[in-house]
Design a protein around this ligand. Sequence first.
Ligand code: S3P
Length: 432
Amino acid sequence: MKLQIHGDTRVPGDKSITHRALMFAALADGESRLSGLLPGEDCRSTAAVLRALGCDVPDLPHDGAEIRVPGRGLEGLHRPSAALDCGNSGTTARLMMGILASRPFACTLTGDESLRGRPMRRVTEPLRAMGAHFHEAGEPNRLPIEVTGGPLRALDYASPTASAQVKSAVLLAGLAGNVPVSVTEPVLSRDHTERMLTSLGVAVESSEAEGGWRVSVAGHGRPLPALELRVPGDPSSAAFLAALALLADDGELVIRDVCINPTRTGFFRIVERMGARIVLANPRTRGGEPVADLVVRPSELRGAEVGAAEVPAAVDEIPILAVLAARASGETRITGAGELRVKETDRIAAIAGNLRALGGDAEELEDGLVIRGSDRPLRGRIRAFGDHRIAMAFGVLGALPGNEVEIDDPAVAAVSFPGFFERLRTLSGGVR
Ligand code: S3P
């Protein structure tokens, strides 16, 4: 049996950019016009939290159609009447903490079981240093957490992890609290917050510095203008479809309008080294973000070494990279990826355990994985552990001829890629 792939397709809007567009629109003065927003569950959580704070965010359309969001201004958010439920979304919880740190009221943030298991002090510690108050209502370092905002002071923060959520929380606190902030991180993490702020006229300085990469925003002190933005396709979602095309036997897949911001495309650089044939065609800029069409052709892949410096730009793609490694010749060794242990699930354990459950060869390292590829059939049942990217990565593996992968909870893909499994079925319909 061979898998023929032919298609000209798109992926839903970028998740990180969608969260930020909704938050900035809520904080702007005037009506923002946003299209291409990801209607995934995570972004619905951000919309619901903003609504609970008094912002009139419409439902996120299934087809990316334009919505208009009336801004409430930097000072306009109101005390919510109940706890703010961030669902499965770490970005919602951590970025909203930054915004709420300067608001003159108390409110509680919570989330689903997965999110309630994830560390929050990485954000509450720097925000505390700025003057905000946090009460951990449950377990230490975990949601639910009550935030009491107020006047903030300036902060120059050295973040021990390359995390866009930590960086963005501090930048948003500085912006909403009108105090200067700087964040230095060991490696530049995704920079959508910086780009969006710049496009809104906020002075952002970003440069290599001792200890990594330093980003600074001086207190802004002026209203934010409304946004007009079309969100490009999510490169993290595109990675799953690109992986299917790379593992196919014949054909070509075009994925249009994908964000190719270099802080997000580490996966594509790594797979190129593994032998992937991917062309970034028609590069252009949209709303301050680089965008291109990806042309992906089936490829013979070989194993690769991936180290700490490469992880931040590929952090969400390690599950699908591991699937490619399981089909590549030779060994793939991923290190410096300890952050994977605190994602929607412990992704290092989930990837290694699931690959082994299917008959693959995978070993857990404390901060990474060693995977030896083969072309033998992989069959069995895997657990997604409530993690969208684990479900989708193993979905791709299961779509290959000869493999049979049963996934306990495929519906969880809707967190970032509604309709993923239908799309996978359509694209892999060419199995013969
Ligand atoms: C995100 C940052 C990353 C990423 C997450 C989205 C963001 O998390 O894994 O899916 O939108 O800022 P970390 O900041 O924890 O690395």
